[in-house]
Design a protein around this ligand. Structure first.
Ligand code: SF4
Length: 302
């Protein structure tokens, strides 16, 4: 039904990597069971099986990037979770990037918490020393109830352990939070527990996304049956406000609303310093009639 793309064909990257050199390292996602995610399940009219690419093929792509003078750009190692690959393989690729391409601004990739936990502290340091600057990880929610409901395959304590170990190894961490992921039923729990996990980790960055459900994701069935209820734009903004308000005083993360699914675009380079401003701005959105009347975006992709 859907076209199946090979591992060397890149399907997604974070918006912040829009102008980066994309080098496919793995294909698909080794988990691929999250109910809200259709990335490799047909959301883009395509599917992709999990695979680790042969290292020589990856190196050939890096050689090509060098040949076409893609120097001075950030490099994104693509695939749902390249950190699932063996450490030596990944370190060799990162070092090769840094040898072949000049003035690389940063090297980054997606990562799953369980991949990180499978690696020793020495292995994480090896990746940091090779030049892995930052990983993007979908925390989605700090609530174990929500994580279980969504079949995330990881619990809050694993996220905390993985997050702290990455930061201790010298790798920056950008976490994604999905507003509305607990639906109406677990909204309060989602807010409270997400703030708790963010406080425990104090990630370099956290970014908000807002839940949209397309027909290609398994959660669509729960929505149609009435088992799951989406939040309104106003309710999503209230969740964001309350997550920020519930953060501990130690949290110094950068915060972004840098996704098309969001209902605001407020940013902070240090939420400890900007917390009051952030909350006041969100309150002004929450009190505005425009937001109260606003219809959901209902994007067909995230
Ligand atoms: S959200 Fe991430 S871990 Fe879950 S299925 Fe999608 S790519 Fe895989």
């Amino acid at each position: 039904m859907f076209e199946k793309y090979p591992a060397e064909h890149i399907i997604i990257r974070p918006p912040v990597e829009a102008y980066s050199v994309l080098i496919a390292v793995t294909g698909g996602c080794s988990w691929n069971r999250c109910l809200f995610c259709g990335t490799y399940k047909g959301m883009y009219g395509t599917t992709q099986d999990y695979a680790i690419r042969p290292i020589d093929d990856v190196k050939k792509d890096i050689d090509q990037a060098a040949k076409y003078n893609y120097h001075g750009f950030p490099v994104f190692l693509a695939g749902g979770n390249p950190t699932s690959a063996p450490t030596e393989y990944l370190a060799e690729i990162i070092k090769y990037v840094r040898v072949k391409l000049r003035d690389v601004q940063r090297v980054s990739c997606y990562s799953k918490a369980l991949d990180v936990l499978r690696k020793s502290d020495e292995e994480l340091k090896t990746l940091a020393n090779a030049g892995l600057d930052i990983v993007y990880m979908g925390l989605e929610s700090g609530s174990n109830k929500v994580l279980r409901l969504m079949k995330k395959g990881t619990n809050a304590e694993s996220f905390i352990k993985a997050g702290k170990r990455l930061l201790n190894a010298g790798i920056n961490l950008s976490l994604y939070i999905i507003l509305g992921l607990g639906g109406q039923k677990y909204s309060e729990e989602h807010v409270k527990e997400t703030a708790r996990v963010l406080t425990a980790i104090n990630p370099t960055i956290f970014r908000f996304r807002t839940l949209n459900i397309s027909p290609s994701v398994p959660l669509w069935e729960n929505l149609k049956s009435g088992e799951f209820t989406l939040l309104s734009p106003l309710e999503n903004l209230k969740e964001e406000r309350n997550i920020i308000a519930n953060l501990g005083d130690n949290v110094t993360s950068q915060v972004f609303n840098d996704h098309v699914s969001n209902y605001c675009d407020i940013e902070s380079v240090n939420i400890k310093e900007d917390r009051e401003m952030f909350i006041k701005t969100l309150d002004s959105y929450i009190q505005s009639n425009r937001i109260k009347k606003m219809a959901r975006k209902n994007l067909d992709r995230m």
